[in-house]
Design a protein around this ligand. Sequence first.
Ligand SMILES: CC(C)(COP(=O)(O)OP(=O)(O)OC[C@H]1O[C@@H](n2cnc3c(N)ncnc32)[C@H](O)[C@@H]1OP(=O)(O)O)[C@@H](O)C(=O)NCCC(=O)NCCS
Length: 179
Amino acid sequence: MPTLVRPAMSHMASFVGAMLEGYSRDTLRPETPEGIDQIAKNPEWFLRQLNDPPTTIVLPDGTLGPRVAETRLWYVEGDLFIGDIAVRHSLSPMLEQWGGHIGYAVRPSGWGQGHATVMLAGMLDHVRKNLPLERVTLTANVKNAASIRVIEKNGGILEGEIPHPWVEGDFGYRYWIEL
Ligand SMILES: CC(C)(COP(=O)(O)OP(=O)(O)OC[C@H]1O[C@@H](n2cnc3c(N)ncnc32)[C@H](O)[C@@H]1OP(=O)(O)O)[C@@H](O)C(=O)NCCC(=O)NCCS
């Protein structure tokens, strides 16, 4: 049975395979062949910055801002990488607008098998046990029917529709899940 674990070297070959089949770390942008190649050649470096990320982040407007603390887990079965889910411990002004506390993605070959639903349920349990949050917010693009279902199946209550801050003409739904 798949489980949520800290990303480890044993999953790296499968993670690279996931990117080659179309998994992307960014919902707005596909991975590039150069980016995949860099990770494939430097898996230790990649894992280090994944598990111990820098304290700053490049914001969508190109400026540097503080990065909020996060816990990132991978959904794996043995060495097989299935998906990624991260919870931010607090919200920056940017995450308040879009993104919220929790973000996730499943590799394309794993879609439609209930993985994201179970991953989010597992992460909510993790948050209940480990973080002082009473509720979490999540956003999903209005066109992302699968993600909307995943959130609603995990008790997401719709707050309303919000404009995408960086993609003109795009809209999302903001949800809250009580913990
Ligand atoms: C969104 C995503 C995480 C869903 O992962 P998944 O493992 O396929 O999701 P699940 O199998 O748990 O499916 C959840 C629900 O969505 C439904 N669903 C799946 N694909 C769908 C689609 N294209 N249209 C409508 N519903 C869909 C499923 O039927 C299921 O509902 P059900 O249980 O009522 O049948 C996955 O598509 C993905 O990684 N996409 C790219 C990254 C992304 O969009 N992340 C979310 C950002 S908010």
